[in-house]
Design a protein around this ligand. Structure first.
Ligand code: MN
Length: 156
């Protein structure tokens, strides 16, 4: 089974990265304020948000002003993934993306916030990079080519 993932770079009122895993016909979604990291020592807060429609996986555009999540959305990374283990509060998977590769873990932080706060952590493997820096996808040129579009579902 070829499950897909996408990371949307979302220039909403606050820039964040939406990490989405295809799962049971929807996109399980986490908003990652600092974005994912290929460095295992950088644990990224990932706030789980509502599942998104699968159709949203290739969405790019500018969500119009006045709408929830208004701002530019571009695909920062995409590809497939292998689910290694899902224990409910701990999900292990292997990403085959352009930027994100190798093993990752999502771990639910217990007794914190409203129960939707997770950590996204790179596994120590041959894909890990201790000097990794996140490069933003959206350039002024790319922004100029984005069209104002309504997403296929309300998005955050
Ligand atoms: Mn978002």
């Amino acid at each position: 089974m070829n499950l897909r993932f996408v990371v949307h770079e979302h220039h909403a009122s606050r820039l964040h990265y939406d990490f989405r895993l295809e799962s049971e016909g929807v996109l399980r979604s986490w908003a990652v304020p600092k974005g994912p990291s290929m460095n295992p020592s950088e644990r990224r807060l990932a706030v789980q948000v509502e599942d998104h429609l699968l159709e949203y996986i290739d969405f790019e555009g500018i969500i119009p002003e006045g709408q929830y999540g208004a701002g530019a959305v571009v695909i920062w990374d995409s590809g497939t993934y292998d689910l290694i283990e899902n224990k409910g509060d701990k999900i292990l998977f292997f990403l085959h993306g352009e930027r994100l590769k190798g093993g990752f873990t999502l771990i639910l932080l217990k007794g914190r916030g409203s129960g939707n706060e997770w950590l996204l952590i790179k596994k120590k493997d041959e894909h890990a990079r201790s000097d990794w820096k996140l490069d933003m996808s959206l350039t002024p040129e790319r922004r100029a080519n984005l069209k104002e579009r309504n997403p296929p579902c309300q998005t955050s």
